[in-house]
Design a protein around this ligand. Structure first.
Ligand code: ADP
Ligand code: ZN
Length: 723
């Protein structure tokens, strides 16, 4: 059993990442991982999957291996870790052989806490893979974008199949698989292939409440986009288009209209791709027009809108693309321009030669995408139900829910429809039933059906009106549809209630369609926000990292809302962990204080909700330059006796120096105390009930344990379990 209390985990979250609360099922997942269990974590894009393995990685001794499919994403993740003072590194094909060997050496020496590996870097020969990993002695495996292992997912990558050996060869190392998109079949497939049968699955709500969904008919799409962009001048966003040529065309026209836009697609060379991406991350380009083939690499927390100029191939892809908006939790828009013509184009792409099974899967997914676009109902409900969650029929923040609506009693028409389904033997789909009701003369209608009383009783309604009826019946579960390619309609208990006149049905009619509305005003100081943004940009330039790696937008919004005046207050601002407070705090505080003084504003921290009382220990506060010197020699590969000799200091002094770095988390305890000894030391500390004095522990453990080891064990214990 893990001995990390919930409180300890909250402290660690604050300490390493600066967040006050866990999101969704992060806490449950982390507890399961730390208990040594295997985990399948399903969480929406932007939900915070990374923390689920990054936090355990910080608490577990040794290295965590992260498999992640995209090079660009990997670099971002590692940049963000380094910005939090965490030693991360990656191995992928963009690096030289020398660089890769250097990183492997560091990993073997135990310097690296998180090592990201691209799937194509995994040796195909499973024995070679095993030997490589064995040397690293990993304490956790994290498989990001785990749906890539399944042919049922929308992004199958054969390299992922190499991971099937992990559980066989490291049965005792916990494995956490993470994905944002897995329907039931894909989920089962991931569990099977990674052999997670003894693990737990955690499914978080896929709802992204801060994203507003709109579907617009595709008429003068460019004009509408331009109008929208002019209203959102200061915001960043992504526009997705189907072809490379159209990304270039759209970006060019936006540029002419004075918008800072660039295009991005897989046809650009890699230097140009990273140039565009970096410029976007730094807010030099406000808008990127990209193909849907690309995109996983765009990981920026303040994307305010995602516009689909063309429709996506499937709902998973669409949801993942829109999910790139609003990772910071602020209000964001997802706007899709729909035309049936786009579906026709995509149908051609869905055809996979020589693979009828895969073709059928793709076609089916495309049909669901079309349903989403043509659906007359709450967009969010559709999306949630697509991912297997039930959700009410009203969200209040999609184009449907924001339209003015009108209700009409439709029980009689519904009865006609349901009895037609019944009379024809519950063996047909909606199109057949509608044709039958409207008395179609087509030969497709069975001759014996033309004899039935219900044939032609629905002539008074138009085809679209019947389609609308079917949708509403399905949506409200007044009828069922089989899940196979025939989509046969079946009556259920609720259908019979309507047929027997025991229940009524009301249809909702839309009177006026909602417009894409303006962002609500936030109560932060706009002027201060501008100054904070430019300070952040300076910091980012100096360190050559993207702006959001310094701090995210929502941190700036909080700064400009609550005006913290001291380091203690700053620690209560989201995103300011100990490391960031130490590194950037003074700069931000200066700007806030000066601005507040000039504008006669007072601090408003008292409006901010009280935070958990326990304050994490100040990191690195008592580290002297001499201690750093010792640690540096140790990292250069010198042994402890060698350092004693070189520095001409006592063994106990050198050990005390290194122990301090165990305490800050910079030095992995396993590099100085073997695991079996550490377990004994931790056990003794628990038995003794105190975590400061080395003597009682030494008395308990005897001569096999040096004072140095015990002191390091104490530091480790206090960091992880609290003093
Ligand atoms: P995912 O991989 O699920 O798409 P990320 O792990 O990239 O999402 O997290 C999305 C954003 O949310 C990041 O900016 C991350 O720092 C932030 N985040 C994650 N967990 C929390 C939390 N508990 N509190 C506040 N922000 C969080
Ligand atoms: Zn809605």
């Amino acid at each position: 059993m893990s001995t990390y209390t919930t409180e300890k985990l909250h402290q660690a979250l604050k300490h390493f990442f600066g967040y006050d609360q866990f999101r969704l099922s992060q806490l449950a997942i982390i507890e399961n991982v730390l208990n040594g269990g295997d985990t399948l974590a399903i969480m929406p894009t932007g939900g915070g999957k990374s923390i689920c393995y990054q936090l355990p990685a910080m608490l577990l001794p040794g290295v965590t291996i992260v498999i992640s499919p995209l090079i660009a994403l990997m670099k971002d993740q590692v940049d963000a870790l380094v910005a939090n003072g965490i030693h991360g590194a990656f191995l992928n094909s963009s690096q030289s052989q020398d660089e890769q060997s250097r990183i492997i050496k560091q990993a073997e020496a135990g310097v690296i806490k998180l090592l990201y590996i691209a799937p194509e870097r995994i040796p195909a020969n499973s024995e070679a893979f095993f030997n490589f990993l064995k040397k690293l002695n990993p304490s956790l495996f994290a498989i990001d974008e785990a749906h890539c292992i399944s042919a049922w997912g929308h992004d199958f990558r054969p390299d992922y199949l190499k991971l099937a050996v992990l559980k066989e060869q490291f049965p005792n190392v916990p494995l956490v698989a993470l994905t944002a998109s897995a329907d039931g079949v894909t989920q089962r497939d991931i569990v099977d292939r990674l052999k997670l049968h003894n693990g737990k699955t955690f499914i978080s709500s896929f709802n992204r409440p801060n994203i507003h969904y709109y579907v617009q008919p595709k008429k003068n799409a460019f004009g509408h986009i331009l109008e929208y962009l002019k209203k959102h001048k200061d915001d960043s966003g992504i526009i997705y288009a189907l072809s490379r040529a159209s990304t270039e065309d759209i970006a060019g026209r936006l540029h002419e209209a004075g918008i800072k836009a660039a295009h991005y697609h897989a046809g650009l060379d890699s230097a140009e791709r990273s140039r565009v991406q970096d410029a976007f991350l730094r807010d030099e380009y406000k808008v990127i027009v990209a193909t849907i083939a690309f995109g996983m690499g765009i990981d920026k927390s303040n994307v305010r809108f995602v516009i689909h100029h063309d429709v996506s191939k499937n709902v998973e892809g669409y949801y993942q693309e829109t999910g790139r908006a609003g990772r910071d939790g602020l209000r964001s828009d997802a706007i899709l321009f729909y035309s049936y013509g786009d579906i026709m184009k995509l149908k051609k792409f869905a055809e996979i030669e020589g693979n009828p099974q895969q073709t059928a899967i793709s076609m089916k997914k495309l049909e669901r995408m079309q349903e989403y676009c043509e659906d007359e109902g709450c967009r969010r409900q559709f999306l949630m139900e697509y991912f297997g969650e039930s959700f009410p029929a009203y969200c209040g923040s999609c184009d449907y829910c924001l339209s003015s609506l009108e209700e009409k009693d439709a029980t009689e028409d519904a009865q006609k429809f349901l009895s037609a389904v019944s009379r024809t033997g519950e063996r047909y789909g909606a199109t057949y039933i509608i044709d039958f009701l409207r008395g179609s003369a087509s030969e497709k209608i069975q001759p014996q059906h033309k004899e039935l009383k219900t044939y032609g009783i629905g002539k008074s309604l138009k085809k679209e009106e019947w389609q609308w009826m079917v949708q509403q019946l399905l949506r409200n579960k007044f009828i069922d549809k089989t899940d196979d390619q025939y989509a046969t309609l079946k009556l259920n208990e609720k259908s019979w209630k309507i047929l027997k006149g025991e229940s009524q049905i009301k249809l909702v009619l839309k009177k006026e369609k909602a417009q894409i509305i303006d962002e609500e005003e936030l109560a932060y100081d706009k002027g201060l926000m501008q100054e904070l943004k430019s300070l952040r940009l300076d910091m980012a330039d100096r360190e050559n990292v993207p702006a959001y790696a310094i701090v995210a937008d929502n941190s700036l919004v909080e700064l400009a809302t609550y005006l913290p005046h001291s380091f203690d207050e700053l620690k209560q601002i989201a995103g300011f962990g100990d490391y960031k407070v130490g590194r950037y705090g003074a700069g931000f505080l200066d700007v806030v204080k000066r601005y507040a003084k000039e504008h006669k504003l007072e601090g408003k921290m008292h409006f901010k909700k009280a935070k958990p009382k326990s304050k994490p220990k100040e990191a690195a506060s008592s580290i002297s330059p001499s201690m750093r010197g010792t640690f540096q020699l140790f990292n250069e590969g010198l042994s402890i006796p060698e350092i004693v000799q070189q520095r001409n200091l006592a063994l106990s002094t050198i050990e005390a120096h290194l122990a301090a770095f165990v305490g800050t988390g910079e030095l992995d305890i396993y590099r100085v105390v073997p695991k079996n000894k550490l377990d004994e030391i931790v056990g003794a500390i628990k038995t003794s009930g105190q975590a400061y004095a080395a003597k009682p522990i030494k008395d308990m453990l005897g001569d096999d344990y040096s004072y140095g080891e015990i002191k390091m064990g104490l530091e480790y214990y206090r960091r992880v379990f609290g003093g």
